[in-house]
Ligand binder design. Structure first.
Ligand SMILES: [Zn+2]
Ligand SMILES: [Zn+2]
Length: 139
């Protein structure tokens, strides 16, 4: 996914975040990858080019992007949060051994019956997570 810096800056402005150079570098890194990285993995891939970016800054920014809905936060098997640059509707397969997260697009999930005790709660989207063991880990 190749998203220009201008588009990323626009995305941030539209939800009230100031598009700083650091924030753009973080969001651009996430948008370019499909592995649903942890904050630590984003830090490791940015630290050579952006030595002034700390792990804490990356973590805080990813959390605020997720809070604004620009990215998704995916919690995997009770470990540290993983982040997804694709905030469109899709589902996930999670390997319980290597913790790999694979996107599942075009998987149709039947509409569930909303449980009564949710009352008038509004449902934004349904997310299906399939836990299993990936092909590589079975080898
Ligand atoms: Zn695996
Ligand atoms: Zn995903």
């Amino acid at each position: 996914m190749d998203i220009s810096k201008r588009d990323l800056a626009e995305k941030m402005r539209s939800c009230g975040l100031k598009p700083t150079a650091q924030r753009i570098a973080i969001l651009q890194n996430l948008a370019a990858r499909k592995d649903h990285p942890s904050a630590d993995a984003v830090y490791r891939s940015l630290r050579d080019e952006h030595p002034s970016l700390s792990l804490n800054t990356i973590h805080m920014n990813l959390e605020s992007f997720a809070a604004k809905g620009i990215i998704l936060k995916v919690n995997v098997l009770h470990e540290s949060a993983r982040f997804d640059g694709d905030n469109g509707p899709h589902h996930h397969f999670v390997c319980v051994r290597c913790k790999k997260i694979i996107d599942l697009h075009n998987v149709k999930v039947p509409a569930i019956k909303i449980p009564r005790h949710l009352g008038a709660a509004k449902i934004f989207y349904q997310h299906l997570r399939i836990n299993g063991i990936c092909e590589t880990c079975q080898g």
